[in-house]
Structures are given as structure tokens and as C-alpha cells.
Design a protein around this ligand. Structure first.
Ligand code: UDP
Ligand code: MG
Length: 325
């Protein structure tokens, strides 16, 4: 923390994918909030709202550019193409880390209550490097989203992944924690899991999650499922181990079957065993294919990691503050 003369610079990082309908409202609400924080002496006037355009196909980038032109509070990063929420967020965090003392990430639709920012800053002032925003209730989410989310968090914990219940990507991260985050080079990036691995003093702030006020969710079921699957396979190798154990148990059972089949054969009624053989053939084939699939999943991950492709490519960056370095 710096002394009161040079206040901390706060960057708010917001990934945006086709967010044309919400940007106007989001920016004006954040303008009010940031102005109050700056006037109240809580943050430096060099603080910014940094929008990351994740290869939107609508007017998102044009809106960001015009926001920036009319008010230096707003800055923007444009990615070369759509890379998905996590990569866009990472691009924003890594850009902001060179300018800011602390960064708060949130979604463009302001489903996360921006009034919680004060509490985030309080915890930061107390010396926390990471502050997690946690939804105190999911009443506003659809029953489907709530159900699938609960399943996801339960499953992750079952697999031994350290993850905070009902915490999405609304969090404050200090500069030094961001420096630490930049050391994680993995391409399959699941920020909720990785941020937990960083360590440092952290705390939790509770807030009410509201509905998306305009536009549609950019997380259809297909994206949500692939996100959950990535979360599991990037952080846990328990599925592989489970398959190994199941495979071994089935092997033991099949030994019993072999003894049974030999005995039946010696007694001259071998065709009686046809149905059990038939069943076990199918059963084992199923298990084997499943095992190969899961192993393949991890091999796919290794393949992607080994290539170490860039996780995002920045096309443009607009911000008035010159680089400190
Ligand atoms: N988003 C993104 N790239 C994508 C999909 C989503 O940057 O490919 C952003 C989106 O603009 C929003 C955030 O990720 O700011 C969360 O998306 P959304 O609100 O649609 O998800 P939900 O709240 O429905 O889970
Ligand atoms: Mg949303």
C-alpha cells in the first residue's frame, strides 16, 4: 500500500463479447461509481475501467473507442479474435497489471453488484492480495443454471479441486498477485482454480447477484459444459485414477468369470455361459472405451500445452496513461 498522497490505482477489467446492448448502461453506472471512489479519496484519479473486446462481431469495439474518446476513465483492449471469456479476462488482467496497484474483474452485464467494490477495497486496505466476490444467493438465476452450477461446484470439490463455492470471476487481485499469476503459463486457463493456487492473504466479500439487464447470456449450455469439463481436467487427475481403480476391480471380477466358465465347460454345459459372456463383453468394452476417452482427454491437454500457443493476441490498446517502465 502507498501513503495517502499517492493513492492506489484501481483498474476494473471487463471482458466483452457482443455486449453492444449493455455497454452504455454499464459504462455510465461505472462512471458514477468510479467518480465517487476518486472524489472520496479512496483510489487514484489514474484509475480506469478497461474493457476487453473479445473479438465481438457487433459494435462493441466502436462503443469502447467512443467511450475512451469522450472520457479518459475508459480504456480498451481489442483482441485479434474471439478467445473466450477466460482468455479475454487474462488479457485484461495482464494488461492492467503494469498500470494498476489492484485490479477488479467483473462481467459486462453488471450481474455482480458494483457496490461491493467498497468492501473489496476495505479488504485490500487490510492487506489482502486477493478478495473473492461470492454470491450470497442465486435467487435471480434460473433454476437450471442454479442446479447445474451446484452440481459443478459439488463435483469439483469431490475431485479435490480447491474452488470457492458460488464465486465466479468477480474478484480483486493486487499487483503482486497478478505478477504471480503471470508465472502460470498454462494454456487451458481456468482462473477460478489458478487464483486459488497463488496463495497470499485473501478474504471473501458477499453480494447479491442480479439479472443480466440487457442482451443475452454468452454462456449457452454447450459453452458452460465445456467450461466445466476444462475446469475438471485442468485441475484434477482423479478421473484417470478412478478409471484405473474401476478397471482393476473389473479385472478381478473377470477372473471369477473365467473360473466359472471353465467349470461350466468341464461339466459339459458351456452354452449356458453365453449370456454372461455376452454381457461382460459389452460391459468391458464400454469401460475400456470410456477409459481410453478420458486418457485421450488428458493427452489432448498435453498436446495443447506442449504447443504453448499464445493465449491471446492484442490487436489494439487504448489508454491515456503512459507505461511506467
Ligand atoms: N464473454 C467473453 N467472451 C466469450 C463469452 C463471454 O468475453 O466468448 C464475456 C461476456 O461479455 C460477459 C462475461 O464474459 O462479460 C460473462 O458472460 P455472460 O454474462 O454471458 O455469462 P453468464 O452470466 O450468463 O454466465
Ligand atoms: Mg452474465
Amino acid at each position: 500500500m502507498k501513503d495517502s498522497k499517492s493513492k492506489d490505482i484501481l483498474y476494473i477489467v471487463i471482458p466483452c463479447y457482443n455486449e453492444e446492448p449493455v455497454l452504455g448502461e454499464t459504462s455510465s453506472r461505472l462512471k458514477v461509481k468510479m467518480t465517487a471512489l476518486i472524489d472520496g479519496g479512496r483510489i487514484s484519479e489514474n484509475s480506469r475501467v478497461l474493457f476487453v473486446d473479445d473479438g465481438s462481431r457487433d459494435k462493441t469495439w466502436e462503443i469502447i473507442e467512443s467511450l475512451h474518446a469522450s472520457d479518459s476513465l475508459f480504456a480498451g483492449v481489442k483482441l485479434s479474435r474471439n478467445r473466450g471469456h477466460q482468455n479475454a479476462l487474462l488479457a485484461g488482467l495482464m494488461t492492467a497489471k503494469d498500470k494498476a496497484d489492484a485490479v477488479i474483474s467483473m462481467d459486462a452485464d453488471l450481474q455482480d453488484d458494483i457496490e461491493a467494490i467498497d468492501a473489496f477495497l476495505d479488504k485490500y486496505a487490510e492487506g489482502c492480495d486477493i478478495v473473492y466476490g461470492v454470491r450470497s444467493s442465486r435467487k435471480k438465476d434460473t433454476a437450471f443454471k442454479r442446479g447445474t452450477a451446484n452440481m459443478f461446484y459439488g463435483f469439483m470439490r469431490l475431485l479435490g479441486v480447491d474452488i470457492i463455492n458460488n464465486h465466479a470471476d468477480y474478484r480483486l487481485i493486487s499487483k503482486r498477485a497478478l505478477e504471480a499469476l503471470s508465472e502460470y503459463k498454462e494454456v487451458n486457463i481456468f482462473l477460478r482454480g489458478i487464483v486459488r493456487q497463488i496463495g497470499f492473504k485473501s478474504d471473501v466479500v458477499y453480494y447479491e447477484r442480479s439479472e443480466r439487464f440487457a442482451g443475452e447470456s454468452k454462456y449457452p449450455l454447450k459453452k458452460m459444459m465445456s467450461f466445466a469439463f476444462d475446469g475438471v481436467t485442468s485441475f484434477s487427475i482423479k478421473p484417470i485414477r478412478m478409471v484405473t481403480v474401476v478397471g482393476f476391480l473389473i479385472f478381478l471380477v473377470s477372473l471369477g468369470f473365467i473360473v466359472y466358465a471353465i467349470v461350466q465347460g468341464l461339466m459339459g454345459n458351456s452354452e449356458a455361459g453365453w449370456s454372461s459372456l455376452f454381457c461382460s463383453l459389452w460391459f468391458l468394452s464400454g469401460i475400456q472405451i470410456m477409459a481410453i476417452g478420458i486418457v485421450g482427454e488428458y493427452i489432448g491437454k498435453i498436446y495443447i500445452e506442449v504447443k504453448a500457443r499464445p493465449r491471446y493476441i492484442i490487436d489494439k490498446y487504448i489508454d491515456d496513461i503512459p507505461n511506467e517502465q
